[in-house]
Design a protein around this ligand. Structure first.
Ligand code: NDP
Length: 452
């Protein structure tokens, strides 16, 4: 008896869509199930709408700084509802493009929740069973809220921000990770009074210490209040008028409270454990380097595996899975040198290891750093500073890590990432001619180490 399909993909996000499309291209009969909207977190409620909001927010600085260059554009006004409507339209368009991609590849889309009913069987919401030679779990992750905090039902997550139709006057953001700092910077520039509550002393745990310090300074400079070493004890009030009580008893009033306290893999009720797939303590599907679970016919890619939770990584994993299982060549994804950006304002671009990580590895390292006011600031009057940091291996001269905070850092790090991936040395950077006048030229003109 043959299976209904060769591949059943659960989840039409970045990883699932790529895997389904590539597998279909190899001739596999593919079905993809999606219970929300096609496109997943990145397209519908993550990277894409977030970046649109970040762009919107940065006009605030541009209008302000333009005066130093002779422009008088009058008093700028910002219409949050207009931004949301434009964003919704663009997300609808993108969702349509994703649907077309699947259709054109010959993939069957079922708009239903799907759960694993066995090593080769999937159950749809209407009870129908579909048999499949291979099952790919690509269900992503979902925002985590600490359920034990009294009044936490009054809090929202980044998902909800994209449904707001008006900008809140006062917002409290709990957490200091990617999502917290990105929205703090964006909402603050749009005009909200933003308070960030973090339980440690710094935002962005895991990033280079200099970047963490510099971003916190920049955030404070732009008017964001960061309350460190504390936590939310309780929330009370009603939607639109919430009182946040902190550890020291201090109260902060806000219209909206957003929790950005991490995300949990979407594996609850999926039938994975019953089928024999191992889950770790956080509920992430455990996989080997070919994204294969303990069940030979079940694979998992993307955030549901909680490896490196970034869209391009999920896409790579989905592609590698399809190549390995349907393309006749085994491909494993290299998770070691992944460039990434935090779209705070100013943004951070980073690739490779931090100074502390390099030292912890027992490497003898040389550090190069530049902190400067970018050229544009000379006329705009902005007090914002750009920071660049290179972590170099003393013995081999290899570039172990590059960290940038400043305008365009995300764009810069994509290109630097190629060099680092290729194993570039500090001498390779030194040999590269500068592009003048740019901020990026500092990357190739740094000559004096600040620490060794
Ligand atoms: P992160 O894991 O980055 O950060 C979570 C934050 O919440 C940390 O500051 C953490 O503090 C804090 N926290 C966790 N639990 C609690 C709690 N119970 N009480 C108080 N604070 C708490 O998660 P995000 O939600 O910001 O983002 C999720 C993932 O999405 C990221 O890891 C990233 O991979 C991805 N992402 C990537 C983006 C990009 O590439 N630009 C943008 C947005 C998301 P502590 O440090 O003390 O643990």
């Amino acid at each position: 008896m043959t299976d209904d399909v060769d591949l059943f993909v659960i989840g039409a996000g970045s990883g699932g869509v790529r895997a389904g499309r590539i597998a279909a291209g190899y001739g596999a009969r593919v079905m993809v199930a999606e219970e929300h909207r096609v496109g997943g977190t990145c397209v519908i409620r993550g990277c894409v709408p977030k970046k649109l909001y970040v762009y919107a927010s940065r006009f605030a600085d541009e209008f302000d700084e333009a005066k130093g260059f002779g422009w008088d554009a009058g008093e700028p006004r910002f219409d949050f509802a207009a931004l949301k409507a434009a964003k919704d339209k663009e997300i609808d368009r993108l969702e349509g493009a994703y649907r077309n991609t699947l259709r054109n590849a010959g993939v069957t889309l079922v708009e239903s929740r799907a759960t694993v009913a066995g090593p080769n069987a999937v159950r749809l919401a209407d009870g129908r069973i579909v048999t499949a030679g291979t099952i790919l779990v690509a269900t992503g992750a979902w925002p985590y809220l600490p359920a034990a905090t009294p009044g936490v039902h009054l809090a929202e997550t980044s998902n909800d921000i994209f449904e707001w139709t008006a900008l809140p006057r006062r917002v409290v953001i709990v957490g200091g990770g990617y999502i917290a700092v990105e929205f703090a910077c964006a909402l603050s520039r749009m005009g909200s009074e933003v308070t960030v509550v973090i339980r440690r002393e710094k935002v962005l745990r895991g990033f280079d210490e200099d970047m963490r310090d510099a971003l916190m300074k920049e955030m404070a400079l732009s008017g964001i209040r960061i309350l460190t070493g504390t936590d939310v004890v309780s929330l009370d009030g009603r939607p639109g008028n919430i009182n946040v009580t902190l550890l020291n008893g201090e109260g902060v009033a806000a219209e909206r409270v957003v929790y950005a306290t991490g995300r949990v893999p979407n594996t609850k009720g999926l039938g994975l454990e019953q089928a024999g797939v191992g889950l770790d303590a956080e509920g992430a599907a455990q996989v080997d380097r070919f994204s294969r679970t303990a069940v030979p016919s079940i694979y998992a890619v993307g955030d549901v595996t909680n490896r490196v939770n970034l869209t391009p990584v999920a896409i790579r994993e989905g592609h590698a899975f399809a190549d390995s299982v349907f393309g006749g060549r085994e491909v494993a994804v290299d998770h070691s040198t992944i460039p990434s950006a935090v779209f705070s304002t100013p943004e951070i671009g980073t690739v490779g290891v931090t100074e502390d990580e390099a030292r912890a590895l027992g490497r003898e390292i040389v550090i190069f750093k530049a902190s400067f006011r970018p050229m544009k600031a000379t006329l705009s009057g902005s007090q914002s500073r750009t920071l660049m940091k290179l972590v170099v291996d003393k013995a081999s001269d290899r570039m172990l890590g590059v960290h940038i905070l400043g305008e365009g850092a995300g764009e810069m790090i994509q290109c630097v990432g190629i060099a680092v991936q290729m194993g570039a040395t500090k001498r390779d950077f030194d040999m590269t001619m500068a592009v003048h006048p740019t901020a990026a030229e500092e990357l190739v003109t740094l000559r004096t180490p600040v620490a060794g």
